[in-house]
Ligand binder design. Sequence first.
Ligand code: ATP
Ligand code: MG
Length: 335
Amino acid sequence: MKDKIRLELEKLIDPSLKMSLKQSEGIKHIGYDEEHDLVTLIIAIGKKSDQAERSLRMDVTKLIKQTLGHKGLKLEIEENKKIESITKGKCTFIGIASGKGGVGKSTVVVNIANRLMKKGHKVGIIDADIYGSSIPKLLNVPHEFPHYDENQKIAPITYQTMQVISTEFFTNPKEPVIWRGGMLHSMLEHFFYDVAWDKELEYMLIDLPPGTGDVMLDVKSYIPQAKMIIVTTPHLSASHVAIKAGFAALKLDHQILGVIENMSYYKNPINGQRENIFGEGGGLEVSKLLGAELLAQIPIDQPKKHPAIFDIDEDNGKLYDDIADLIIFNEVDYD
Ligand SMILES: Nc1ncnc2c1ncn2[C@@H]1O[C@H](COP(=O)(O)OP(=O)(O)OP(=O)(O)O)[C@@H](O)[C@H]1O
Ligand SMILES: [Mg+2]
């Protein structure tokens, strides 16, 4: 019975999108109570308006009662946020993961995002490290609560032309975030579906928290097409954990764009020699085991003109610029 109802419903048109409910994946629930011959439906449409709702309600009622001859109908119409979501567009999503904390993931995120932006691309950042969000601090943007735009979507904070969203904006900076898994999940859902992202966004960088848990699984379910960059330090204790994060990404079928070894060495300013303060070999080890390219070895250094972002005339700025080129021109060796 339900299959027949579904088959017929799929032909109806979502008036807000001008596409069939099959194409829009708008049929959310079909229930049938045989005793009372009652059909219960939840249908999602692209954009709710009185007119669209009225027109769909009429079509559905006609179909269920007249054409299919059922006695009762309970119909709920809701808005299908996912259709308009940034995750459905052409944007390239890149998750920056490491498994281990403190290796420089967030620093890598803001620097790659900055170089992509400087090359004229539209870039967004999702700070998915809910408990330890640091992107606003690294970008040095003031703490402000985002406002809702005219469509009731959350307006992201901007850093130059970059769009940024982080839990940090929604909480008191002096209070820790103590949330359970479910809330974590809904926050990410908000970030993907309820933020007024620029529809032309080309690159979205996602700063993933340490570990290989819930957030990675959520990223998979919302954006299966996301690619990953794995960050490690040269120390084998870091690479050991980064490898696990990499394998988790591969198991979830994410393409690994490459590996970045951060804090690779210190270049002694007096004699110009490399000093392997945090050991060596981690980046190569991760790249070998994951079969992914070692994109860069970034030395220990602090930017001169900004708290976290290197300028193009600094050595690390050039390295990040090369990584941005690799991403843009897709010259990464995927084997
Ligand atoms: N190449 C580098 N040279 C010197 N310091 C660096 C380098 N990369 C990152 N750092 C510093 O290391 C610290 C940790 O960096 P960052 O916050 O980016 O790491 P993370 O992996 O995101 O950490 P967390 O797991 O806590 O989110 C910061 O103080 C940052 O300035
Ligand atoms: Mg971080």
